[in-house]
Design a protein. Structure first.
Length: 184
């Protein structure tokens, strides 16, 4: 009961824009929420990312103004839903990868020639990218390093690595279609 009244005071302070209350909220619930997310996702980095992004959105988008129940219940429900969304996205990506693998297997020897051409085009696109973007792509996808290892090696944050990878993949998708369809 005392914890709930403390949470109500915390919520009221948040609604008044008190940054200290936000810090207290983060310290109070971060470990609990990260543990909950890890239990669902079985991936420590992804669990931490989900919880951190939730806290960022709570402050940036002023989501605390919409909380009319227990802060703890709201946070746990938000983390649970975000974990389910992440699992759904992962499953969709895995299905696409499986379909692509079947397609490659079906193509047979023709795929070997296409693969050589694809590697050549991808390398050309990577050379055209900004250095940090290309380096992040190489470290994570070609050298099979974890986001944290790539971030440490590059001297940037994990979220910066993810941003570089997202932009690299977007660039690859756009340019690969253009270059792959143009005559050599």
């Amino acid at each position: 009961m005392m914890d709930e009244s403390n949470d109500m005071l915390l919520l009221n302070s948040l609604k008044q824009g008190n940054l200290d209350a936000y810090g207290i909220l983060f310290k109070k619930y971060y470990k609990l929420l990260a543990t909950q997310a890890f239990y669902i996702l079985k991936d420590e980095m992804e669990a931490e990312d989900i919880v951190q992004l939730l806290f960022i959105e709570i402050w940036d988008r002023q989501l605390y103004l919409n909380i009319n129940t227990s802060i703890k219940a709201y946070l746990q429900s938000a983390v649970y839903n975000r974990c389910l969304n992440a699992i759904s996205k992962h499953n969709t990506a895995q299905k696409k990868l499986d379909q692509y693998q079947l397609f490659l297997n079906y193509k047979g020897s023709e795929a070997e020639v296409d693969h050589y051409h694809a590697v050549k085009v991808i390398n050309e696109i990577l050379r055209e990218m900004p250095e940090q973007r290309s380096r992040a792509f190489n470290l994570v996808y070609l050298e099979d390093k974890k986001y944290k290892e790539a971030a440490d090696e590059m001297g940037i944050t994990i979220n910066s690595v993810k941003t570089h990878l997202k932009l690299a993949m977007k660039s690859l998708r756009l340019k690969f279609v253009t270059k792959n369809n143009s005559p050599d």
